[in-house]
Every structure is written in C-alpha cells, then in structure tokens.
Design a protein around this ligand. Sequence first.
Ligand code: BGC
Length: 389
Amino acid sequence: MAKVLKFPKGFLWGSSTSAYQVEGGIENCDWVERYPAGKTCNHYNRYEQDFDLLKKLNQNAFRLSIEWSRIEPEPGKFDKKEIEHYRKVLLALKQRNIKSVVTLWHWTNPVWFMKMGGWANKRSINYFERYTKIIVKELGDLIDFWVTLNEPMVYITGYSTGKFPPFQKRNIFKIRKVFNNLVKTHQTAYKVIHKKYPKAQVSISKLTNYFEPARKWCPIEIFFVWLGHIFWNHWFLKRIKNQLDYIGLDYYFHHRIVWYPPFIKNLNKKVTDMGWEIYPQGIYYVLKYLSKFQKPIYILENGLADAKDEKRKDFIRDHLFWIYRAIEEGIDVRGYFHWSLMDNYEWGRMGGFEPRFGLIEIDYKTMERKPRPSAYYYAEICKNNSLTI
Ligand code: BGC
C-alpha cells in the first residue's frame, strides 16, 4: 500500500549549482589553466531559460555561486557590469518566486589572489572581507540564504594533496594555516553580512560523511571512525559553531572503515558512475550528528553521476525516505537541494564533462536542455511537498 510522507510546511525544494561548473566564460580564476571549463552549459547567458525550467519542475529554491574572479578581476577593482549581471540573475529568481541560496566561494579563486599566496596568506581574510562587503552592499537585498564557503575540508585536502590549485603538494603546516584562515574568513564574512542584515541566514556548506566500523566490536576500527569523524566532519564546524544561523549539509559519502590500508572498504552494492557507493541511510546518521548543533538544517547538496538516469529516481526517493525519518524524530530539516539542476563541469582529473550529475541533460554541442525522467519524478515531490512510497 502506498504511503504518503508529508514534509513540513514551507520546506524548500531545489537544486544546486556553482559558477565555474555551469556558467561558462570564466577566464580569470585559478582552475582555468589546468582544467578549463570553457563554455560548460553557458548558464551565464541562459539563466532565464534555466530558471523557467526550474519553475516548470516545481522547485521553489535554487543554489548558485558568485564567481569572485568576475566581481574582482584585479585586487580592489570591482567590475560593475558583472555585479549588474548577478543582480539580474537574482532578480530573475525573485520574479519567479524562487528562493536564492548564494555561495560566495565555491572553490575558485581569482588568479591575483593565488599569486599573493592564496589561502595560506594571512591577508586572504581581508581580501575576502572586502569582496564580501561589496556583495552585501550590491546584492544583499536579493539574497535569501548565504553560504560563505563551500566544503572547506575538501578544499584543504585538495590543496594539500595537490589536486586543487595551485596543484602542488603541501606540508601539514601549510594546511593548518589554510584551515585557520578559512575559519577566520567565515567568521569575518558572517559578521560583515550580519552588520547590514541582522536577520540574515548565514552558513557554510559542509560535506559530512558517514563513517562506520566494518566490525562493530573492533576497537581499532572504532577509533579510526572517531578520528575520521572528528577530522572530517567536526573540526571545522566546531570552530565556527557560534557563527552559524543554520547548517548547510552536503551528503555524498559513506565510509566503512577497516583497520588495514587503504582503511576504507565499502560494500559497493550500488555505485554511481563515479564509482561512489550509494548509501541513503547514511544521511540519517549524519543528520543525527548535525542536530547536536541545534540549528535548522538545509541539505544543500546530494546527488549522483548517472548518465543513463537509471538510478537517480531511486536515489532521490531513498535519501528522502531517510531524511523524512530524521524529521519524524524531531530533527529540524527545512530543505533539500539536489546536486545538480543540470549536467555540468566536474572538478579535476576524474571530472570533466563525462560525469552527468544533472536532473536536466545538457547537449554540450547544441546547448539543448532536456529534463531527465527523474527530474519529473522529483518535480512531483516538490509540487506535493510529499514523497509517496
Ligand atoms: C561539490 C560540487 C561537486 C559535487 C560532485 C561537491 O563536493 O560542492 O561542486 O560537483 O560535490 O563531486
């Protein structure tokens, strides 16, 4: 028998993107040289059309990021035309009655900023503060939810392993600096936003993984789980816990920990096109952990690469089932954003244009947009504010 799981009133149903991955034409940031995204989906010029689709798919919220290197192509010089562009983008959402979740930094940095030492430079905090002030002043009236930083821990590890710009391996002391500067950057940006908008909703998006021991009785595995959790999930959040109006959760990964290398041994019964294990119940445990912070939670990213759209529908259904269960137990979850609205550029060596994360398929030759069957399935959920199982 079908059962209808009704979500709380006012729940946000949306999808997520980031500037470098969807806009196209970004020339001035640190990813371009090694991993050019080129035109990608040309969302920069087609945002109206994309928002019409978003509306047609019954989504009431959208996450995008502002490209810092467009706004501030040279230190202290702000590009009025680009600011105006983002005003138009945000207005286009308002006109369609779609709530905006705006990320100020989704991993890409202006080239000048990296030349000055990037996030290892103490002054990075001041540079970002200056940029945040401009955004607050010029666009703040159109922003419903703020995300200062996207997944800082992913950035920090990418930085240290050399997978992220400037693509050089770094020692542990440099990472510590980057970590501290990102913490302070969030804290400073939080203050700047709240100064003008005391009621602003500000957070980061926090990739939070579910770690569990392969053997529940094995002390070493339990210890490694604790270590992984503290380092990956807790460390950054703990430092900024007094500067969070809500928690932005990104959930993709479950790690089953063993005591021997390579320490992760997932059962991989179902995997995405990236080979990532699909483990929906993990989101429930992660939500339980995050509820300890006693803030509203918005799921700002959850999704999969699935070019054939064979698994996306079940993926959405199963994750929402576990999210619902958390809500039923009193956890204050207020929104779900699928990654991603459309196929886009995926980061780094394993990325490019092969992985297909979109509810909407993109034909990169013609730029045609075609919602996949799972997009219509999700649209029904958004329309009814409920999941039928
Ligand atoms: C990032 C996205 C990325 C997605 C899939 C998230 O960690 O925020 O930018 O495309 O994962 O890898």
